[in-house]
Design a protein around this ligand. Sequence first.
Ligand code: CA
Length: 345
Amino acid sequence: MAGVRSPFAEEPMSRSPIFTDIDYEREGKQVGFLHLPYSPHTDAWGTIPVPVAIIRNGDGPTVVLMGGNHGDEYEGPIVLGRLIRELDPRAVRGRLIFLPAVNLPAVRAGSRVSPVDGKNMNRTFPGDPLGTPTEQISHYVDSVVFPLADAFMDLHSGGSSLDIVPSVMMQRPEDAGLRGRTLDAVLAFNAPLTVVMDTLGERRTSSAAALARGLVVIGSELGSAGAVSLDGLAVCERGVRNVLHHLGVLPLDPPPERRPTRLMQIVGADSYVFAPADGIFEPFHPLGTWVEKDQPAGQVVFLDDPGRTPVVARFRRAGYLFCRRAPGRVERGNGVCVLLNEYRE
Ligand code: CA
């Protein structure tokens, strides 16, 4: 059939719609935006302007520093903003690519998920150039930014629903060489806790996508309950600078003396405790406590029915109490506690 050939027929379907004046190859400091075309009711021909900054000085590794993957986690974006403003390009060897508010609509809303498409960015990788705004941003990060990079730091905090002990996180690469280099980098971060996670088959996170591209990937969990933590900010700034020094990007910035860190891991599904009923979860233990198997973790109480017996939730293994649900109100199935155990290779 000799139909009219679409003028878009030669367009690669995989090309990102995002455009920018930023030049990833230029020396010095640039601060600007990645413009994602977006056409809602209130703005027919506009864009979502995702902030980006590049600091480049000569040869050296490229490190991507990301915050705002979840829009209610603030320590990473605050520290990255400070580094963008304060770092002198002459102190850098190589290139820093900052994406401090990567899912901008979620950051503007102070929300874990984006208000424009309801998506949790950290379940959208490797993204889709023809998908929703969150998927289009993930696609750009995966297909344009990651191929430029040697290492990737995705700075998370507990967000609105979790209280968590400040920590640096890594997913366990299968490749022993990459695993060793990643472990060296997370230990260099020097948070009070160093946590090795199993991905449990989850491939839609930024970290899993970066790992699939062979990058050294470093994560964090810094603050709690959607607040800004002074302790979390200090751990974050020190940790990011320590890792950049370790990777050779900030060679003139000697790290302070190392403090002790505990190297731990989330062992498996029995490390999690879930709410056994709808109600209010009354926790029994402060974060950082060592707990035993079958010990009560807390109980769900019924404020509107005080004569009703509370429903107890128990730990399914012994461990260190790493994380707890922040809001009191729970539904059956909400995560209320997460335990850590010592890391074994
Ligand atoms: Ca998070």
